[in-house]
Design a protein around this ligand. Structure first.
Ligand code: AMP
Length: 216
């Protein structure tokens, strides 16, 4: 299984990826997570990219493509892979196709998670994440047992600095203008699968499995 997960911030790409990973043991590659790790470790790349990430701008194509290419060398591709948050531009989509074709491992499908802005804002402004293990909560929809503390590992929960309404609107605008060509790219290849991402995560996963079966 080699899938790209497409959808605006807040569509639930990370949550869906975690569900699929748990069930099928596939690798999960998230450029957002890779960038946040670089920033946390204060690497040169992390320091340079911080301004883009925190303001909701896209980082340059070469930077994320290099990260993905490097990461692909370290995983077992035969276990499958989910790309989350990548590609986000037409150039990235073409580069990913080339990289995967060189590895004889083309994509099976691109999953487009459709969702409207009001639901995105509600989800992201309430999102809280564990600093230690990355588990994701929502202050109303999925609160932890103890406020500010992770149920899984006891770590501290935090709010991403780009999860505020102004930056969310900006990220959505950036998403709409840069990712449209990505959707067209996979639609032309006959690889695009659309799912309604306003449902809860379990329903989205079930919907996707049905559609993948119908495609096979
Ligand atoms: P995410 O966690 O996917 O919402 O990504 C957080 C931020 O990381 C984005 O707002 C961008 O600044 C940056 N980013 C993540 N993936 C990409 C990508 N494929 N291309 C460019 N920038 C990216």
């Amino acid at each position: 299984m080699r899938l790209v997960l497409l959808g605006p911030p807040g569509a639930g790409k990370g949550t869906l990826a975690a569900l699929i990973k748990k069930e099928f043991g596939v690798n999960h590659l998230s450029t957002g997570d890779l960038l946040r790790a670089e920033m946390k470790n204060e690497t040169p790349i992390g320091q340079e990219m911080k301004q883009y990430v925190e303001s909701g701008e896209l980082v340059p194509d070469e930077v994320v493509t290099r990260m993905i290419a490097e990461k692909l060398k370290t995983i077992k591709l035969e276990d499958g892979v989910l790309f989350d948050g990548y590609p986000r531009t037409g150039k990235q989509a073409a580069d990913l196709d080339r990289i995967l074709n060189d590895l004889n491992a083309p994509l099976d499908s691109a999953v487009f998670m459709e969702i409207g802005l009001p639901v995105i804002i509600q989800r992201l402004t309430g999102r809280r994440i564990c600093r230690q293990c990355g588990a994701v909560y929502h202050v109303e929809n999925m609160p932890p047992e103890k406020e500010g503390v992770c149920d899984v590992c006891g770590g501290e929960l935090y709010q991403r600095p780009d999860d505020n309404e102004e930056t969310i609107r900006k990220r959505m605008d950036v998403y709409m203008s840069s990712t449209e060509p990505v959707i067209a790219f996979y639609e032309e290849q006959g690889k695009l699968i659309r799912v309604n991402a306003e449902q809860d995560a379990g329903a989205v996963a079930a919907d996707l499995q049905e559609k993948l079966k119908a495609d096979a």
